[in-house]
Design a protein around this ligand. Structure first.
Ligand SMILES: Cc1ncc(C[n+]2csc(CCOP(=O)(O)OP(=O)(O)O)c2C)c(N)n1
Length: 292
């Protein structure tokens, strides 16, 4: 995604390959949710899985063997409660081992906490978890890059619920004021919060108009359509353009597991062995339907 390649040989996947990777990511998420005894934010992990696959396997210019390269794109997971989805996406890109995540996730002193910690886990660019702070931090990172004449991008993934926080809109204004064309936000627009549907609590609509009113370049995609995600990434304006871009990704919380989809009970939870099997069967059924 950044203008200058880190290295030749960066993987370039087809849409079909990315779909396969997203399926693998969901399978691994469910497996962890079935073996870890505590709660996993599985609903918002499943809604953001395609977005993180498109970013870590296609869009982001990053190299797991060279994590301090100054030319790398910077990634901020503002919806930090989806950390495990990011860990697994990164493990599939070569940053960590999946087994290491499964073995220690959520344990005291584990690098793989429920929310990401950049001090404990090199490769993670930003510690998050307190919602509403990722975009302000990403604005600072983008401003710093601009000031240093660097051409990489700063990419921030937000939950739509957290964009009910004022700090997000202060950051949105600052991004436009400072002409941060190197900043891209992806919003996981699953229309659910923790215990309620989004519009019941906050009048988000007309949502795209709000971003446009703050001076952002607005792109709307189906956040589960890999072709649309790839096209949105390909069409991003150059980093020296004069406005930031938001890609609003229409998604479904719990996507891929029928009994979790749009179900408020599955913001976070754990699967026992029986439910794991039920969830895997449901996930595989979506795949079979798509392949037919
Ligand atoms: C400042 C802050 N307040 C509350 C929470 C608790 N919390 C965790 S997830 C969540 C719901 C967020 O909704 P959204 O951003 O839409 O995330 P998603 O539905 O994609 O999981 C809340 C309120 C938090 N992490 N940070």
């Amino acid at each position: 995604m950044g203008e200058e390649s880190l290295q030749a040989g960066q993987p370039v996947h087809t849409v079909e390959e990315l779909e396969d990777l997203a399926f693998e990511l969901r399978s691994k998420l469910l497996n962890l949710c079935g073996t870890y005894e505590g709660a996993v934010h599985i609903g918002g992990d499943l809604s953001v899985a395609d977005i993180l696959t498109a970013l870590f396997h296609y869009g982001l210019n990053v190299d797991p063997t060279d994590i301090a390269n100054p030319k790398r794109d910077r990634f901020v997971l503002s919806k930090g409660h989806a950390a495990v989805c990011m860990y697994i996406a990164m493990s599939m890109r070569g940053f960590f081992s999946y087994e290491g995540i499964v073995d220690t996730y959520g344990q005291l002193d584990s690098a793989y906490g429920m929310h990401p910690c950049k001090v404990q886990l090199p490769g993670v660019e930003c510690s998050t978890g307190s919602l509403g702070h990722g975009l302000p931090i990403a604005v600072g990172m983008a401003l710093s890059a601009l000031g240093r004449g660097e051409s990489h991008r700063v990419v921030c993934v937000l939950g739509d619920g957290e964009t009910g926080e004022g700090s997000v809109w202060e950051a949105a204004m600052a991004a436009r004021s400072n002409k941060l064309g190197n900043l891209v936000a992806f919003v996981d627009r699953n229309r659910q919060l923790m215990t309620s549907f989004a519009e019941e609590r906050v009048a988000f609509e007309p949502y795209p108009d709000k971003w446009a009113a703050f001076g952002w370049n607005v792109v709307l995609v189906d956040g589960h359509d890999m072709g649309q995600l790839v096209a949105a990434i390909d069409a991003l304006p150059p980093t020296d353009s004069d406005r930031p871009t938001v890609v609003i990704c229409e998604t479904i919380k719990g996507k891929g597991v029928d009994f979790m989809e749009k179900n408020l009970a599955w913001h976070a939870g754990s699967l026992g062995a029986a439910d794991l099997e039920r969830a895997m069967t449901a996930l595989k059924a979506t795949r079979t339907k798509e392949l037919v």
